[in-house]
Design a protein around this ligand. Sequence first.
Ligand code: FES
Ligand SMILES: [Fe+2]
Length: 425
Amino acid sequence: MAMIKPKFLPSQALKFQNINERNLNSSFSFRFSRHVCNSYSSSKPNSSSSSRISDETWRMVADFDPKIPLEEAYTPPSSWYTDPSFYELELDRVFYRGWQAVGFTEQITNCNDFFTGRLGDVHFIVCRDVNGKLHAFHNVCRHHASLLVSGSGKMPCFVCPYHGWTYALDGVLLKATRISGIKNFDVNEFGLKPLKVATWGPFVLINLDKDIQPQQEADSKIVSDEWLGSCSELLSSNGIDSSLIYVCRREYTIECNWKVFCDNYLDGGYHVPYAHKNLASGLELASYSTTIFEKVSVQRCDSGSTEGGDDFDRLGSKALYAFIYPNFMINRYGPWMDTNLVLPLGPRKCQVIFDYFLVASLKDDKAFIDRSLEESERVQMEDITLCEGVQKGLESPAYCSGRYAPTVEKAMHHFHCLLQENLNK
Ligand code: FES
Ligand SMILES: [Fe+2]
């Protein structure tokens, strides 16, 4: 039998180098950048700060060439899924720029509603002020940097748990406790730091790019063009809209790089007959199709007989799975919509937030809702096992890079091409 040699890419050869030394260098450069005020978005390609990113990290980026056609392409090297400096570059270039889905509009329906979240090192609050105006802020107290609030709900004002500084929901500092004797202190300079916020359909988005002015809620047409491009109409005309009723949230912490979860989502149903046998029985996998847009890919599949073989039908006749670069998925099937937000928590860890929405006519059908959530949970647990297994394989010296199955994995290839181009910008 012929022996097949593994293909070692340039930066892969460094996999066995002194890893500690490399990690120290990269963490130093990014730690340094965090000392500079407002520098969570640390570098533009031609700025001097680009030099803080090591040559080795750039070599990793270059190890995947988006110009190579899918049929000939190797997948990105495993360093993309394991290396701390590559992860830091992703935070900077991918997550700290552009529109990011962070929640849904029902979370901030009324005045004084708020929710909090985190993207990399950026902790944020989204809230509606007393006049109904939507805002987003860094969730950091201007006194000594305590996180200001957690979770979600309704509050008349935000009171810092540390020393009680108090902010209105429009970000204004209302009260700085026990500061008598302080000099040169202007209360107007110590409001919460604002972020750009927008809504599209049922979703709330923020933009952490420090170059844009966060004065007011962004125009939703502009957001739609930037976030969804030419796919926006297809989504809104396929039942992805604000008429659905919010049901519940499920959160999963997974021991894998955030892209492992995305890749798993983007394989065009390839893994479904092997890994989700119950789900496979409810889908017509031969009808699976993938359409690529600028920053969105849409996978579609007809649904056939029911999942469990009885009358229960959560999938309806068609399923649509939209992936919005970099980390947001919208799944619309039968009476359901669920969204998956994949949040990076480190090179080898991510959190996936599932939010479930349902057509209004079924909102009180508890038996149907419970059974649907149970089936969905089963699929998630199967995917988590797959993803954590892949991460372990990516850590192994046995694996560097794989190949794509061209007829089914084009959405995954598109994702990798977008990421490579994004990192280079
Ligand atoms: S850190 Fe918030 S009041 Fe001191
Ligand atoms: Fe799956």
